[in-house]
Design a protein around this ligand. Structure first.
Ligand code: SAM
Length: 428
């Protein structure tokens, strides 16, 4: 079967040709604002030619040639996350409530977890998992840069441990590994690599993952299923498999004018570059019948005396000489923890060094702060000492536009540079 024949399983000849033509055009880029750090008005004043995303709050579509946002200093400061315009609709369409316990089963590099974390505003808990350890590090980098507080980043094969998490989660995001045809515009080689056997292979993996995901969902909970594949074998047919084997029900999505709905199997929606300024993305939401019981979070902090008082009500853990905290914790069983919430810092022979992650969250009750101007921020991000007289001695927050940049040490005359060496770079 050719790719086009596979498309004709759900598209008319005219629509399939339209989609294939659209794959030759330039792809689109989007940005999701970090609500803790920047508002829409200020973002537009910095980048006036962006267009509001029609379906995602706090998101904009932009021209990468005009605004190379990935290289912008505001990206470095955690003001936003760059994400494909269709992909960001997955989290934006999710109904998440304060204090929800969320599992993002296939999370790296973290796009859907980040969207969910922005919505939860530090409440609840998101277990952000990926099977690939190197890819988990990408989630960690994003969590540090953006200053996210509610991600427990883990590296597990849940097929082996799901029995310990039955009916545990309010929300599960299954952004499944897939054949990736929805990303063809980004990578020409992928078109040549497409085969129906690959689609069948992923469909098997997806059925297995959706099956365990459903078992881990609380009664009354919501499961979001998405892929960046156009193939019905990986999309509607995976949902049909779940519906025929469980009591799962489809949760209707809000009306989205530019979404494509399969007329023969009206299950979920498809964003396609022939209809919308984004890549291919299939999105479907499932409900488990029943009434949701709230999660009983359990925080313990036996390190209270060793740490700033602002951490008293958090769940603090110590691994080796390094401290971490979560706002809300549950008992974890069998999880390979990559990042336990926020890395506070390391205690090296009684010299405590705060971490960038803790600094970026900016819990500023515990330390004084010094406001830098943009030139000073650039100097700091490049790794230079900042000469600036100030009334403090010891640790201070460095602030720009009311946002924390880092925690560094001052002697009252100059500020030492604690920005991690691997991140240092020059901004013009
Ligand atoms: C489509 S990507 C996820 C993208 C991510 N949700 C985002 O928005 O940034 C699929 C991910 O699934 C991971 N993966 C593959 N098989 C898995 C499994 N059995 N369990 C967990 N993760 C898996 C891959 O390593 C890959 O990172």
């Amino acid at each position: 079967m050719t790719f086009k024949e596979n498309l004709l399983e759900f598209l008319t000849l005219e629509d399939a040709d339209k989609l294939l033509d659209s794959l030759k055009l330039e792809d689109y880029h989007a940005v999701l604002l970090n609500p803790k750090k920047i508002n829409k008005e200020y973002f537009i004043s910095l980048f006036p030619h962006v267009t509001s995303h029609p379906y995602v709050e706090n998101a904009f579509i932009y021209d990468k040639n005009e605004y190379p946002l990935g290289k912008s200093i505001y990206h470095e400061l955690g003001y936003f996350y760059l994400q494909e315009p269709s992909a960001m609709m997955v989290s934006s369409l999710l109904n998440i409530s304060k204090d929800d316990l969320v599992l993002d089963l296939c999370a790296a590099p973290g796009g859907k977890s980040i969207g969910a974390s922005f919505k939860l505003d530090g409440t609840g808990l998101i277990i952000s998992n990926d099977l690939s350890r190197p890819r988990c590090s990408l989630i960690v980098e994003n969590a540090e840069r953006l200053g996210l507080e509610n991600l427990l980043i883990v590296n597990n094969d849940f097929e082996k441990i799901y029995q310990d998490y039955l009916e545990k989660f309010d929300v599960i995001i299954l952004d499944a590994p897939c054949s990736g045809s929805g990303m063809f515009r980004k990578d020409d080689k992928m078109i040549a690599d497409w085969s129906i056997n690959k689609v069948y292979k992923f469909a098997e993996i997806q059925k297995s993952l959706i099956n365990i995901a459903y078992q881990m969902l609380k009664p009354g909970g919501t499961l979001s299923y998405s892929t960046c594949s156009y193939s019905i074998e990986e999309d509607e047919e995976v949902i049909e498999y779940l519906l025929s084997n469980t009591d799962a029900e489809i949760l209707p999505l809000p009306y989205i004018k530019k979404a494509y709905i399969n007329k023969n199997k009206p299950i979920g929606i498809r964003m396609m570059p022939s209809n919308f300024s984004g890549e291919g993305q299939y999105i479907c939401q499932i409900k488990k019948p029943g009434n949701k019981k709230p999660t009983a979070y359990e925080n313990s902090n036996k390190y209270k005396k060793e740490l700033p008082s602002s951490l008293e009500d958090k769940d603090v853990q110590k691994y080796g000489n390094t401290y971490f905290y979560l706002n809300n914790a549950i008992k974890v069983k069998g999880l390979n923890i990559v990042r336990y919430g926020v890395k506070i810092g390391e205690d090296n022979k009684n010299i405590f060094r705060f971490d960038l992650h803790y600094a970026r969250v900016g819990n500023r009750k515990d330390l004084p702060s010094i406001e830098l101007n943009l030139d000073e921020v650039k100097e700091y991000l490049y790794g230079n000492v900042i000469r600036k007289s100030n009334p403090y001695k010891g640790y201070i927050y460095l602030i720009y536009q009311n946002n924390p940049i880092d925690i560094a040490k001052t002697d009252g005359e100059q500020i030492k540079n604690y920005y991690p060496k691997g991140l240092r770079k020059r901004f013009n």
